[in-house]
Design a protein around this ligand. Structure first.
Ligand SMILES: O=C(O)CCC(=O)C(=O)O
Length: 286
């Protein structure tokens, strides 16, 4: 095993990068192997069972349920809960994807997961989405080499297959750059639903996006349960999300090459790195 944490750069092909710039997101299919997906699924189902058993407000291996409904569980701070999750959040290619969009070295800002299924009654076809953002154009975004960058980035990986009725993440294409009031952009997308794009991808695929993109959980209409795991990344000098700072004991026990990623200990020693559109993908990245 290498002592250094080697990540691909650039992690996207020029076409993937162009897609990301135009729409605010890109889906990369099969970033995880079937074995990695199964291991993560087992970890998430075990974590869910343990948190349900722990009861309201329970904390299990550092993780808590920030939403706890019969049809929708949202998990906050999954990092410390299972080695499979640690491996996901430190996956070199996925961290490389986040770094490409941030435009330099990153720290883990948060780790989350969602397990959900169709509510009863099922949502109507035109039911509104819970659209939101984590940052906004200009405040959390910038341009370098003519390409879009964001200081708050997510890698969201589905562990279950996502067809059109399986509730894949939805977003308003191109909203990552539009500095107009969010409600006005959402009104446009409600009028013209072709502006709403949805993740449809086989299990083990990763949605990469910057949090200035207006996005939401999709509506599930099928019988299939959806399981997703999410890493949030920021430049090294930024803070973790509230309540998402890893414990000192966990960082101490982590592999030395991952400690700065997990703890943000590089702080202002941020390593900028910006591609040009024509740079070929790092050959091990695809
Ligand atoms: O459940 C989803 O697909 C959306 C997750 C989300 O909104 C987020 O990670 O910010």
């Amino acid at each position: 095993m290498s002592d250094t944490f080697v990540r691909p750069f650039p992690a996207l092909t020029p076409a993937q990068r162009y897609h990301l710039d135009v729409f605010g997101y890109v889906v990369i299919e099969n970033t995880l192997t079937t074995i990695e997906v199964e291991r993560l699924l087992d970890a998430m189902q075990q974590l869910k069972a343990d948190l349900i058993a722990a009861g309201e407000g329970g904390v299990v291996r550092g993780c808590r349920l920030s939403a706890r409904h019969e049809h929708h569980c949202h998990f906050a701070h999954i990092l410390e809960a299972d080695p499979a999750i640690y491996d996901y959040l430190t996956h070199p290619r996925l961290v490389g994807l986040a770094e490409e969009l941030v435009g330099g070295s990153v720290r883990l800002e948060e780790s989350e997961a969602v397990i959900n299924h169709r509510p009863d009654p099922a949502p109507a076809l035109d039911a509104p989405y819970g659209f939101h953002t984590g940052t906004m154009p200009d405040q959390g975004t910038y341009t370098e080499n003519g390409l879009f960058h964001c200081t708050f980035v997510k890698t969201l990986t589905n562990l279950t297959d996502l067809g059109p009725d399986d509730g894949g993440t939805v977003c308003i294409a191109g909203s990552h750059k539009i500095k107009a009031p969010r409600e006005q952009i959402i009104a446009c997308a409600e009028e013209d639903r072709s502006l709403v794009h949805q993740v449809i991808a086989p299990a083990g695929s990763t949605l990469l996006f910057g949090e200035s993109l207006i996005h939401a959980t999709g509506h599930i209409r099928s019988d299939r349960e959806r399981v997703i795991v999410i890493g949030g990344y920021t430049p090294t000098m930024f803070q973790a999300w509230n309540g998402q700072e890893p414990s000192a004991a966990f960082v101490e026990a982590a592999e030395p090459r991952h400690r700065a990623l997990l703890s943000g200990s590089d702080r202002w020693n941020w390593q900028r790195q910006h591609r040009t559109l024509d740079m070929p993908v790092h050959q091990d990245a695809d």
